[in-house]
Design a protein around this ligand. Structure first.
Ligand code: G3H
Ligand code: ZN
Length: 295
């Protein structure tokens, strides 16, 4: 039986990160699973409130569990950016492996109080579920944004991180370290990249001594990602990049076969397009030489 906590602890020891990719349909799920299987590395599938609303909470849970069991493969399911206890409880009851309980928009004290309550409620449903808390502002929306508001005043401090982790009992922390959700057009075109505050990551790791997730991974400089993982990042979230690849793959599948109406003949082009992104990100997070040793 594969357990997410031990997979993350092993990744931490090996100084690699587990890739987390959001899915909203079978094309994305298939692309993520097949890529991880090809590289023999564990993987996390994430569904935001919107994505799981579309797929169905029990349905996505059953799909991911069936892949894990049938192929004896470490693929796990995360309830990404969950903004209420009701939705978090729904995911825990459906058998999700992890929940990102995101009250980062609230004042710090309120975020601490309600996250602590959520940790207790979720662990009462499933003691091995992992709960991630979030502090600081990393913007919203895995989309293509026209502008990038200044978030430099809302970065997480090591002291806040320590206090938050000690007071809430979360298993994983998502800090604001120069990362942000979504991509600018210039990033989609490969002309600009996001950069991370590596020193802050190292200080947060030292102060909070906890598993760390980097959200907003799309469009981040490759080398920054490598160093961030060495500095203590254990999970990296990628969504916008796979969404862009999904759309491009779908458009090209439709354009290539204008008279075809059988979805299973058109959609493999979309799976391939998403796979290219997932494979390249997984290779980076797991650093080439360590591939296949984490299973
Ligand atoms: O939770 C989802 C991620 O943080 C995705 O961010 O769309 O910038 O890759 P991204
Ligand atoms: Zn996120």
């Amino acid at each position: 039986m594969h357990a997410l906590r031990s997979v993350l602890e092993q990744a931490q020891q090996m100084r690699v990160a587990v890739g987390h990719f959001n899915v909203a349909d079978l094309v994305l799920l298939k692309a993520v699973f097949v890529s991880a299987q090809e590289l023999k590395v564990p993987v996390l599938v994430g569904v935001s409130e919107g994505e799981r609303g579309f797929m169905g909470v029990p349905q996505i849970a059953v799909l991911v569990r069936s892949l894990r069991e049938e192929f004896d493969f470490p693929i796990f399911l995360n309830a990404d950016h969950t903004h209420s206890l009701v939705k978090a409880v729904e995911a825990a009851k459906a058998g999700f492996d992890a929940v990102v309980f995101d009250l980062s928009a609230l004042p710090f004290e309120q975020n601490v109080r309600q996250t602590k309550e959520a940790v207790e409620a979720l662990k009462a449903i499933n003691p091995s579920i992992l709960v991630e808390g979030e502090i600081g502002d990393i913007g919203t929306g895995s989309e293509i944004h026209t502008e990038a508001p200044d978030l430099s005043k809302s970065l997480t401090t090591p002291e806040e991180a320590r206090q938050f982790v000690e007071s809430t009992g979360v298993d994983i922390l998502a800090p604001a370290v120069g990362n942000r959700h979504g991509m600018l057009k210039s990033m989609v075109q490969g002309e600009a990249r996001k950069h991370l505050d590596i020193e802050r990551i190292a200080q947060i790791k030292k102060a909070a001594r906890i598993l760390l997730t980097l959200h907003g991974g799309s469009g981040t400089d490759d080398n920054d990602l490598r160093i961030a993982i060495a500095a203590g990042i254990n999970i990296v979230h990628i969504n916008t990049e796979v969404r862009v690849a999904w759309r491009r793959g779908l458009e090209s599948g439709l354009a290539k076969q204008p008279d075809e109406v059988a979805p299973y003949k058109i959609l493999p082009t979309a799976v391939d397009s998403v796979k290219q992104v997932v494979l390249s990100r997984l290779k980076l997070f797991n650093s080439e030489q360590k591939l296949g040793k984490g299973l």
